[in-house]
Ligand binder design. Structure first.
Ligand code: SF4
Length: 250
């Protein structure tokens, strides 16, 4: 595979002599003030990967799988938004689920934002946490939160839906509970189903606030080499800046 040319960021200087620590200091770089499930989970997996991606904005090369996922999400959005559109061929396995969502008035690709007090806000510059929700609708007192998945089923999908459900219950104060599911496009089924009642919100908000506080208090971004290095765009073996990947065999 061709070695990639990395952005003009002085990563070699940053990691010189101590390759497992990225000397990221808030006085030198613009740290993100807004977080998403993706950024939080990336930091939990490997703080160095988070720093490369979200602080130094090193390019995350696209792949065929990512491009396919984007295309399938666009098709689902078009289907929900277009009254007479037939089920797209590539979404045929989840056709009954899409029909149910459409008949229920499912809204596609809506952005939910909360500020640092976990209050819903409209302006992204006021937001502390952001979620882009593939499909949601309200039926009676139940808020339904669905996320389309073009790959395999992973337990982390439930964690993502938990954060989305928190934001949803804050956005819809009359909803008594949120029911969430990941919709597996290739398998044609929904999985990782979960339900959150409003009374659980204080505990869950505490849990996610703690995650965010830990991320924001990190100044070292110590690499965490492991199986995730295999898919990491920053691994040394493909010309990336992270020499720690060698410890995991990548
Ligand atoms: S290659 Fe591995 S250790 Fe290095 S940034 Fe990526 S996930 Fe972290």
């Amino acid at each position: 595979m061709a070695r990639r040319v990395w952005a003009a960021v002085t990563l070699s200087a940053l990691s010189a002599g101590n390759s497992h620590i990225l000397a990221v200091r808030s006085s030198h770089v613009n740290r993100p003030k807004r977080h998403s499930y993706s950024s939080i989970s990336t930091w939990e997996e490997c703080p160095a990967k988070y720093a490369y991606s979200y602080i130094y904005n090193l390019p995350w090369p696209s792949s065929a799988a990512m491009e396919r996922g984007t295309r399938l999400h666009s098709l689902a959005e078009d289907y929900l938004n277009t009254p007479e559109m037939p089920i797209p061929y590539d979404l045929r396995k989840i056709g009954p689920i899409l029909d149910r969502q459409k008949q229920a008035g499912g809204k596609a690709e809506v952005i939910w934002l909360v500020n640092e007090k976990w209050e819903p806000v409209e302006d992204q510059k006021d937001a502390k946490v952001k979620a882009i929700v593939d499909c949601h609708y309200v039926a009676g007192e139940v808020l339904h939160v669905d996320d389309y998945k073009s790959g395999r089923e992973y337990p982390s999908h439930r964690s993502q839906l938990e954060l989305y459900s928190i934001l949803g219950l804050l956005k819809y104060p009359l909803a008594g509970r949120a029911e969430s599911a990941a919709i597996y496009i290739d398998g044609g089924y929904s999985g990782q189903d979960a339900s959150i009642i409003r009374a659980m919100l204080p505990h869950l908000i505490d849990k996610w606030s703690t995650k965010i506080e830990r991320l924001e208090s990190d100044d070292d971004f110590i690499a965490n080499p492991g199986s995730g290095c295999r898919w990491c765009p920053y691994r040394k073996s493909i010309g990336g800046p992270c020499g720690e990947s060698a410890k995991a065999g990548y």
